[in-house]
Design a protein around this ligand. Structure first.
Ligand code: CP
Length: 354
């Protein structure tokens, strides 16, 4: 019996040398390509996936750019650019304000609002759709029902992705218009009492706003029924960032007496797996005009919209109602976002020939 089969040993050594060589070659090629990608400014990915990635300075800078666009939204600084709007979920404000923003800046818009009319209904993957649209457009604005879809899209293309809402996760462009609305109505973003009311579990707008406000020392009041409470991960985020929050289940005039901002939200029917549960909670909180009598003079009522039942129609006439102006602010905030992801600066905007 042979103790060492020299031929087998030498085959094994050859295989190991080959494997090591192959691994080193792959590692070298991957590292070189990644370094080229990182060093090439043309390939820098300027996507807006989550507001958490923006510093305080960056947020204030974008708000200043939005203010510039409010002075004059018609500037042809995106002439020759193509903006794709891919909406895998329904939308009125987000899509139309992004498209208006692009049109007023001179860009052209392509896209879809009904994924059933696209090849995704034939089984095309999101990755393939994003790679294809990247061949045609300079920016992709995407709303998707899956949490993390925008992050994933940003990883499969170098065309900037703007997250227009991914499931119940994030809605960063909504947050920019919310911040702009808060700043315009309060004159500051600092030290405010922000009351978030309704569906804090599935509402992506409150999740994004909470993260952005970490720079501005807010005191949050979370008003929600047990079933729709602010998720633990966001409360943990508050604790980690030293943000004060108080939770309530009651919603009445006493609870909101100290509010600067009352951020109402709709109960998100489309996220419920149990429609009986939706029926139980859908009308749990309704803001009525008489509840506003003793509120602070500076109070403003925001809502990302659409509204279902949570704000009675008599509130619309109250000067503290600000949700329709808030939606209008979306145009200017989204013009700033489109420019920023394309590398157009505030100075470029200011110096643009009108
Ligand atoms: N606020 C918001 O996202 O509205 P739409 O769903 O109409 O875009």
């Amino acid at each position: 019996m042979k103790i060492f089969d020299m031929e087998a040993v030498s085959n094994k050594v050859r295989r190991n040398i080959f494997r090591t060589f192959f691994f080193l070659y792959f590692f070298y090629t991957f590292t070189r390509l990644k370094s080229e990608h990182n060093n090439n400014p043309d390939m820098e990915n300027r996507s807006l996936v989550t507001i958490a990635e923006h510093s305080k300075e960056k947020i204030l800078y974008l708000l200043e750019m939005a203010r510039e666009f409010e002075k004059n939204p018609n500037r042809k600084i995106l002439d020759g650019k193509v903006v794709a709007t891919l909406f895998f979920e329904p939308s009125t404000r987000t899509r139309l304000s992004f498209e208006t923003a692009a049109n007023r800046l001179g860009a052209r818009v392509i896209g879809f609002t009904d994924p059933k009319a696209t090849s995704s209904s034939k089984g095309e993957t999101l990755k393939d759709t994003i790679i294809m649209v990247s061949n045609y457009a300079d920016i992709i604005v995407m709303r998707h029902y899956l949490e993390g879809a925008a992050r994933y899209a940003s990883e499969v293309t170098n065309v900037p992705i703007v997250n227009a809402g991914d499931g119940s996760n994030q809605h960063p462009s909504q947050t920019m218009l919310d911040l702009y609305s808060i700043y315009k109505t309060q004159g500051t973003l600092e030290n405010l009492n922000i009351y978030m009311v309704g569906d804090l579990k599935y509402g992506r707008t409150v999740h994004s706003l909470l993260m952005a406000m970490r720079h501005f020392n807010p005191t949050f009041h979370f008003i929600a029924p047990e079933e729709l409470k602010m998720p633990e991960e966001y409360k943990l985020y508050c604790r980690e960032h030293g943000l004060k929050y108080i939770e309530h289940t009651e919603f009445d005039e006493n609870v909101i007496a100290e509010a600067d901002i009352l951020y109402m939200t709709r109960v998100q029917r489309e996220r419920f797996t149990d429609l009986m549960e939706y029926e139980r909670v859908k009308d749990i909180y309704i803001l009525r005009n008489e509840m506003l009598k003793n509120t602070r003079p500076n109070l403003r009522i925001l809502h990302p919209l659409p509204r279902v039942n949570e704000i009675a129609y008599d509130v619309d006439e109250n000067p503290k109602a600000y949700y329709f102006q808030q939606a209008q602010n979306g145009l200017y905030a989204r013009q700033a976002i489109l420019c920023d992801v394309l590398g157009i600066t505030l100075d470029d905007v200011k110096s643009d020939e009108l």
